[in-house]
Ligand binder design. Structure first.
Ligand code: GLP
Length: 251
């Protein structure tokens, strides 16, 4: 089941997404929350911080796990996803940082890094109450790039050229050479175990891939398309990213 929420602009959809995450935490103060990085959820995290500051949200018993991390970057590197989470959310709310999990980008043994993260997900999460996702320009979720098969478990992935360019444009001061070429990412199997999935898409650059993922066939060549098979998905986006055809289909 897919519910589409379309708002006028980035700020409005950020508020709506934060409301859904806040609701999950209010319903279960010990909620397990899956988190994403990228430019899309930045506004959502800012709204969650506002709710915390207003005294409306308590993160003290919440556990989080992130989708992915660049292979080779430590948490103090300002382009690492651990750093992103600290600066955009964790440093500003009352979450216990030892209850926030991100794959270990400094583990050089890829096999070990992946198995370790799967073990953490099994032990500390089980399944998410809510999983926040963005969508890559090529339809990736987490860093699960287009492939022959949907990957079940945490994997080490070679990033697609488009992803490297997208991420250089938005981060890494536009410097292509600095973007790592590999990342550890939670598998699609674990993402699909979440009780609720909130996938966000904002900006005109996402319109086409959102149509492919939600109007096209389910295929590992568009990894986000698998969400069509999940029982509880909210697709949240702005008018630039969500076309009338997508709204119509899921009315
Ligand atoms: C990265 C992240 C994804 C994210 C995607 C889109 O590749 N690994 O989790 O969804 O970027 O990023 P943005 O929100 O900046 O468009």
């Amino acid at each position: 089941m897919i519910q589409v929420i379309r708002k006028k602009n980035y700020d409005e959809i950020s508020k709506a997404a934060a409301d859904l995450i806040a609701a999950a935490i209010l319903l279960n103060p010990e909620a397990k929350v899956g988190l994403a990085t990228g430019s899309t959820p930045v506004g959502t995290y800012a709204e969650l911080v506002k709710k915390y500051e207003a005294g409306d949200l308590d993160f003290s018993r919440v556990t989080t796990a992130n989708l992915d991390e660049y292979r080779g970057l430590g948490g103090d590197h300002d382009q690492s996803y651990r750093y992103f989470m600290n600066t955009n959310l964790f440093d500003h709310v009352n979450i216990d940082k030892s209850r926030t999990f991100v794959p270990d980008g400094t583990e050089e043994d890829a096999e070990k890094a992946c198995r370790d993260y799967d073990a953490i997900l099994e032990k500390e999460i089980g399944s998410f109450d809510i999983q926040l996702l963005g969508i890559g320009g090529d339809g990736h979720i987490g860093f699960n790039e287009p492939a022959d098969n949907f990957c079940v478990n945490t994997q080490c992935i070679r990033l697609e050229e488009q992803t490297i360019q997208d991420n250089a444009r938005l981060f890494f001061n536009g410097n292509l050479d600095e973007v790592p070429t590999e990342a550890y990412t939670m598998g699609i199997g674990f993402i699909m175990r979440s009780r609720k999935i909130l996938i966000m898409a904002t900006g005109a650059g996402k319109k086409e891939i959102v149509e492919k993922a939600f109007l096209g066939p389910v295929t590992p060549w568009v990894p986000a398309s698998i969400l069509q098979l999940h029982p509880n998905v909210v697709l949240a986006g702005d008018e630039a990213a969500i076309s009338d055809a997508v709204v119509e289909k899921y009315k």
